[in-house]
Design a protein around this ligand. Structure first.
Ligand code: SF4
Ligand code: URA
Length: 202
């Protein structure tokens, strides 16, 4: 049961989004994947779009890539329940193709509303698609990952590799995507602790 206004409004928003047919992805989805997690999360993870298992279940990041994301969180003692997890598009692109710019534009109002309600301190963008969308830059994730970018409203964006990419690149040697991801998630955890510190007043 929702217990406060943020939860009520997130639930209202989810109910509004459920019937969305603003872009062609609405016609081929089985289930819309709104997102889930802590409505007061300091940390929000944004993926590309639902995959097959997500489309079947209506939940974000629950397939093989999602299980790896859960492990990455757990490695620094974060649970899925304390963060918020969603995607730039809420409906599965057929065959897991990259969502079209027009589809991300059509869906942006929903993600923007989620951000406005949850007010996270950090948004972790997973892979090229959400990273390029948020930062408005064309470089690849290999160049952009691992740094905090000032975004709107005091929110910081921190790009990381997409867990599907890690599944295709399982090496853990120094400098490998998995090794860099381990460093990245620790940096996120440290930054959250830092942001929680009271700001000294001069
Ligand atoms: Fe609506 Fe987004 Fe689904 Fe397109 S992807 S139909 S904009 S919810
Ligand atoms: N990949 C994504 O980008 N999002 C999901 O929810 C699942 C897999």
């Amino acid at each position: 049961m929702p217990t406060c206004s943020v939860e009520l409004s997130l639930a209202d928003l989810a109910a509004t989004v459920r019937g969305c047919t603003r872009c062609p992805l609405g016609a081929t989805r089985r289930n819309l994947v709104f997102g889930e997690g802590n409505p007061h999360a300091e940390l929000m993870f944004v993926g590309e779009g639902p995959g097959e298992v997500e489309d079947e279940t209506g939940r974000p990041f629950v397939g093989p890539a999602g299980q790896l994301l859960t492990q990455v969180l757990n490695a620094v003692s974060l649970s899925r329940d304390e963060v918020y997890i969603t995607n730039v598009v809420k409906c599965r692109p057929p065959g897991n193709r990259v969502p079209a710019r027009s589809e991300m534009e059509a869906c942006w109002e929903w993600l923007a509303a989620q951000i406005a309600l949850i007010r996270p301190r950090i948004i972790v963008t997973l892979g090229n698609t959400p990273t390029q969308w948020f930062l408005g830059r064309g470089e690849g994730i290999g160049q952009l990952r691992g740094r905090f970018y000032r975004w709107k409203g005091g929110i910081e964006v921190f790009p990381m590799f997409h867990p599907s990419f890690l599944l295709r690149n399982p090496s853990k040697v120094k400098g490998s995507p998995k090794h860099l991801t381990w460093l990245d998630i620790q940096a996120v955890k440290d930054r959250i602790s830092f942001l929680r510190c009271p700001t000294p007043t001069a």
